[in-house]
Design a protein around this ligand. Sequence first.
Ligand code: BDR
Ligand code: CA
Length: 349
Amino acid sequence: MRHIWLDCDPGHDDAMAIMLAIFCDDSHLLGISTVHGNASADNTVNNAARCLYAFAAPQNVLVYPGAVKPLIRPARHDPEIHGIDGLGGVQGLPSADHPDVVARLAIDKQGRPVKAIEGIAKAIRDVWNDGAGPQITLISSGPMTNIALFVSVYPELLGGIEEMVFMGGGVGRGNRTPSAEFNILCDPEAAQIVLKVPVRKTMIPINVTHTAIVTKDVLCQLLCPGSVLVEGKLPPASSNLRHMLSTLIGYFADSYKLIFGFMDGPPLHDALTIAYALYPELFSCKRYRVDVELGGAHTSGETVVDLRGYYACDETWGVTGKNCIVAEKVDAKRFFGLMLDCIARCDKV
Ligand code: BDR
Ligand code: CA
């Protein structure tokens, strides 16, 4: 059993990460914090709450709003990929003002929102209990502003974190510039702060996420388990949930086809973080030194990975030496099996 906190910017693939975090067998989802990124912070907090309600998450899993902008730079969003509100084209999700969606937002006794870093701090205190209990796994599937703020404000709670897992970066490639991936590009300074934190970290870069493609065959099983494509045609959805998820994947697929030329389907980037946290055996990984380029006329936001091994291993995971495990390969077939199992469980709730 892993005690998981998810910091995200939903986002179509973040929504699937939320689904896995709720329904994977070995997951105990403590809470969700949201950050600017794919859409404005107002949209991402609402989207997370809409997903929790739509996926029938346990009532005690709440959403905590976080940073509305990066540490230093102006905010940038990605309507081209995710639509204006971050979950463009998804049919069947409840609206943000639905009372059961509003009930998913964490508020204090005075009725004010509880902020992301306070939610993470409380979750660690409750679970870890100053070393008397287990540690948590802190997962990030958006820009790392909240995580950087958390580690800066609460360094005394780092001992309560077993591992940080983040989707972001690339090894020698980018997706929003020739060298930078979107999550890191949004807030490079935050990512660099996190990479220097003395906690075990794993990065899931686009080199790996681009191999987890929701093909037509996967979509066929998502729509109606056990069905087959007849003359390439997809079956109708066998439930409302499956219809909703197929519109989510469909929109994401269209974006990826149009903007990036992905003809076989979209990569489900963020959901891989949850799979890694719970089932690392699905991945091949290696430990490297990783830093983020903060200047650079052409390379700002690039993750610089020391493939050559100029840095040696040490035990700090932070300022010196190899500070990050980097995923290099995923068993996509088993990953999608896991995702389909989670959807089947959600469908029964
Ligand atoms: C990342 O950027 C967003 O589009 C996705 O949600 C994912 O977190 C991929 O570069
Ligand atoms: Ca994301």
